[in-house]
Design a binder for this molecule. Sequence first.
Ligand SMILES: [Zn+2]
Ligand SMILES: [Zn+2]
Length: 265
Amino acid sequence: MRLTSIASGSSGNCIYVGSENTHLLIDSGVSGKRIEQGLSSLSVSPEDLSGILVTHEHTDHIQGLGVMARRYHLPVYMTEKTGQCILETQNLGNLDPGLFQYITPEQEFKVGDLAVDAHAIWHDAADPVCYTVRDGDTKASIVTDLGDYSDELVDSLRDCSILFIEANHDQRMLEAGPYPYPLKQRIMGRYGHLSNDSCGTCIRELTGDRLQYVILGHLSKENNFPELAYETVRLSLGGGESSALEHIQLQVAYRDRVSPVAVAR
Ligand SMILES: [Zn+2]
Ligand SMILES: [Zn+2]
């Protein structure tokens, strides 16, 4: 099973996850052209995609959705409330609702040879979810845009080989930064985004034999930078050798280009 970020950050999100025979996108928040280029660097043709999983309706997750779904006639998996919200409020051009496949959190569904689970998360959107994708007993989880996490969510992430998780902001940079107070409150709140510290605490609960890759994503451009996110999480996992990091590759996803590919077996 392979996973890579085509783009990740507050300006646009698109993640590829796939097995030998089934290829999926999680969100399409950058242009169709950038998604096609990203796929081509992975030697995946857009015609070979089996569908797009949408986490929620914020623009940085659906900007290229209309183009990709129309151009390649792709099924779009999401909750019904997210679908309704996209149809009512977003300007994605003529999107055929026949392509919409409504899913229910906590109910596994299959796309090709991959099994997918959605889990509800706390975020200020209609019905946001994160996704876990399984190829046999290899599991990858993609968790972004969440203000907080529950024990149930942590349990759903156990035993994954690849964890893609939000490290949105550094608490102190956000507090001291230029954002207006209400926006700071929103980002820090339970329905906002995960800080570097909270991200590290969450990962600490998940380190185990199976976890091979941890990829930090959805970094804020204004309130974080890659080295700080990396170092904060690294320290919360015990720092150097003989720590939880001994068996884990820790990476930060690039904002504007394709990140290194994580391969788990
Ligand atoms: Zn969002
Ligand atoms: Zn987002």
